[in-house]
Design a protein around this ligand. Structure first.
Ligand code: LAC
Length: 332
């Protein structure tokens, strides 16, 4: 495990990409007083504007944390990224979002280059930080960051499982109905249509979900969970500028950053570089991970039942294929 502790009394979180996801993450982070937030964007003054707007709400939110915007010149040398220095966590949201009819993998080409450039700057200015990637296609973009940074996998994570599990939990809460906070759901695998919801480990107030919902209801929820991101994209179709979901993805990555910065040792489904776990090597997949202030504390390997293993393999094969496409594209 890599050795690293937060160095300042007030943690610093840098969010690269001040789009909707970056902004939602920033809002959660300052609201929960996780740390001061630096929001970076290449659209001149947009990050500054969003930071200012959010800070104007500080007295109402009741937060002591600050939020700053950083302009990065789109065609410059990236020296503005020097503001990353001493970040405890860097969240990468840069990239374009999905549009209606676009799969996450369609984003591959465009976003791989963006994430590689950003990771280069993180390597240069914040070599001791912990990175959480949010850019889609998530599993592959996490690998791009990992390969570019060349760090131990403990410090290069991806956000997907917290979002997918929260979506599943919210759908269960609506179906039971019950408090959303009573539901513990866990979704593993790649972030896409092949994600792996583990019904067996899903509980409502400690009670297995199968005691409260019928098999048909659970099957429908599983189906809806896998397509939840696409459903939001579709609902946003009349406002293309919105792109894809952002409230839940922003909240999800903020929860991961908080778990790391506060050394909470939460067990959260996290996209990590598999190095033998679950029988896979060299791909990023969502699995249960205990997070601490050095990133990964441990990767938890569950004994999967045959049908779960089958789903996991399908998901892994998809991620492997896309990872290879990305590597060919970037010459990695
Ligand atoms: C989603 C996109 C962000 O799941 O991947 O909504």
């Amino acid at each position: 495990m890599s050795e690293r502790i937060c160095r300042s009394l007030i943690p610093k979180i840098s969010v690269i990409g001040a789009g909707y996801v970056g902004e939602a993450a920033a809002r959660h982070l300052i609201t929960r007083e996780v740390g001061d937030v630096y929001l970076f964007d290449i659209m001149e003054d947009v990050a500054k504007g969003k930071a200012l707007d959010l800070y104007h709400a500080a007295p109402i939110i009741g937060t002591n944390r600050r939020i700053y915007g950083v302009n990065v010149a789109a065609d410059g040398d990236g020296s503005e990224y020097a503001a990353l220095e001493d970040s405890d966590v860097v969240i990468i949201t840069s990239g374009i979002a999905r549009r209606p009819g676009m799969s996450r993998d369609d984003l591959l080409k465009i976003n791989a280059k963006i994430v590689r450039d950003v990771a280069d700057k993180v390597q240069k200015y914040a070599p001791n930080t912990i990175v959480i990637v949010v850019t889609n296609p998530l599993d592959v973009m996490s690998k791009v960051a990992f390969q570019t940074l060349g760090w131990h996998r403990d410090r290069v994570l991806g956000q997907a499982g917290v979002l997918d599990s929260s979506r599943m939990a919210s759908l269960i809460a609506a179906a039971v109905p019950c408090s959303a906070t009573d539901v513990d759901a866990i979704v593993l695998g790649g972030h896409g249509d092949t994600m792996v919801p583990l019904v067996r480990y899903t509980t409502v107030g400690g009670i297995p979900v199968s005691e409260l919902l019928s098999k048909e209801q659970i099957d429908e929820i599983i189906q809806k969970t896998a397509f939840a991101g696409g459903e939001v994209v579709q609902l946003f179709r009349n406002s293309p500028a919105l792109g894809s979901a952002y409230h839940a993805p922003g909240a999800a990555v903020a929860q991961m950053a908080e778990a790391i910065i506060r050394d909470q040792m939460h067990i959260l489904p996290t996209t990590v570089h598999l190095e033998g776990e679950y029988g896979y090597e060299g791909i990023y997949m969502g699995v249960p991970v205990q997070l601490c202030n050095s990133g990964i504390r441990r990767v938890i390997e569950l004994e999967l039942q045959p049908h779960e293993r089958e789903m996991f393999e399908k998901s892994a094969n998809h991620v492997k294929k896309t990872t290879q496409e990305m590597q060919a594209l970037l010459g990695l």
